[in-house]
Design a protein around this ligand. Structure first.
Ligand SMILES: [Zn+2]
Length: 338
């Protein structure tokens, strides 16, 4: 196994670069969707590509401080476990997801045996472990120390690198075109980094021709159990808010062949989840799998997105009541032994 140190970053400040325009299309023409309020950033929509993002973006230092001192939504984050292991309940959920969904999605496209794999945001390493048992050589990257500790100390995974989200584009890369596959299925990542474009460019550089990327993302226009008034209220955690259209458009813009992009019917959290499978083009060859959805540049208009967000905000109390009734029903069912 070659060196697994994060790569050095000699490029200019991410903050300075991104605040000048849209990360996806570079347009500087945007309109405001939501003014800054209650600890949430101002959220804007690009008038050219309809990417929804925080403007201005946080600096890398501010983002790091937020995840070190405030963020408590991950079972392994510093604020919640202070470097100790995450709760068994959360880890078991991760293991179920890896067994019932993650590895099955991957094996529809590629056999892990003998492959070099980058597992970005590997959490406690549930899917990393499965890939390793299947015969892959895996490097895991994870920002939260509780998860990293569990992966290393309990699962015995030695190639786990802790990197903050602000430096995810600096994942270990022993050499260009080294990885057969990059997995980002264990938890969504693009919304948390300061430049999805920069991360995807680096992944494209890291993949062998014909190499695969598997990615999960949340669809901001389809909340399921989101408890806030606006679907755009995420605090500083989400610097970007994705739709199926803008997620796919990133891959298209980067030059990937999109093999699948769809709402994952078997997975939801506070939002419905988008699943992307894409491939770095083989030289002179078309992708080996025909896309289920042929990518087109159409997608919801800015007006349609505004109407959807308006309706979600107006129906928030109704959604909240529905969630509370469901939770009460589950509690009663549990007590009665159903
Ligand atoms: Zn744009």
């Amino acid at each position: 196994m070659p060196s697994i140190s994060p790569i050095e970053d000699s490029s200019p400040s991410i903050h300075g670069t991104i605040s000048t325009g849209c990360d996806l299309c570079n347009s500087t023409d945007f309109s405001v969707l939501l003014d800054a309020r209650d600890g949430n950033s101002r959220i804007v929509i690009c008038k050219n590509c309809r990417l929804i993002y925080a403007s201005p973006l946080l600096s890398p230092e501010a983002l790091d401080s937020f995840y070190d001192d405030v963020f408590n939504n991950d079972s392994g984050c510093q604020v919640r476990v202070g470097g100790n292991f995450p709760r068994d309940k959360d880890r078991k959920k991760e293991e179920v997801l890896a067994e019932t969904s993650g590895i099955k999605t991957i094996k529809r496209f590629i056999e892990p045996r003998g492959k070099n794999v980058l597992d970005l945001r590997c959490r406690t390493g549930a899917l990393t472990s499965i890939l390793k048992k299947e015969g892959a050589d895996v490097i895991g990257v994870e920002p939260f120390l509780g998860n990293v500790n569990y992966a290393r100390q309990v699962r015995g995974l030695t190639n786990i690198v802790d990197l903050p989200f602000s430096r995810f584009h600096q994942f270990p890369l022993p050499q260009d075109e080294y990885f057969d596959m990059v997995n980002i299925l264990s938890h969504h990542v693009l919304a948390h980094v300061l430049s999805p474009r920069r991360l995807l460019e680096q992944i494209l550089r890291a993949l062998k021709p014909g190499g695969y990327i598997f990615l999960d993302e949340k669809d901001v226009l389809h909340p399921v159990r989101h408890k806030m008034q606006s679907a755009l209220d995420s605090g500083p955690a989400h610097q970007f808010h994705f739709t199926l259209h803008t997620t796919a458009r990133y891959f298209h813009a980067m030059g990937f062949n999109l093999l699948e992009y769809e709402i994952d019917k078997h997975r939801s959290s506070d939002f419905c989840h988008i699943r992307i499978v894409a491939q770095k083009p083989k030289e002179g060859r078309s992708p080996s799998v025909v896309s289920k959805n042929t990518y087109s540049d159409s997608g919801p208009s800015e007006k349609a997105i505004r109407q959807c967000l308006w309706w979600l905000e107006r129906s928030w109390r109704l959604r909240l009541a529905r969630m509370q009734i469901k939770q009460k029903f589950l509690k009663v069912s549990h007590k009665l032994g159903f």
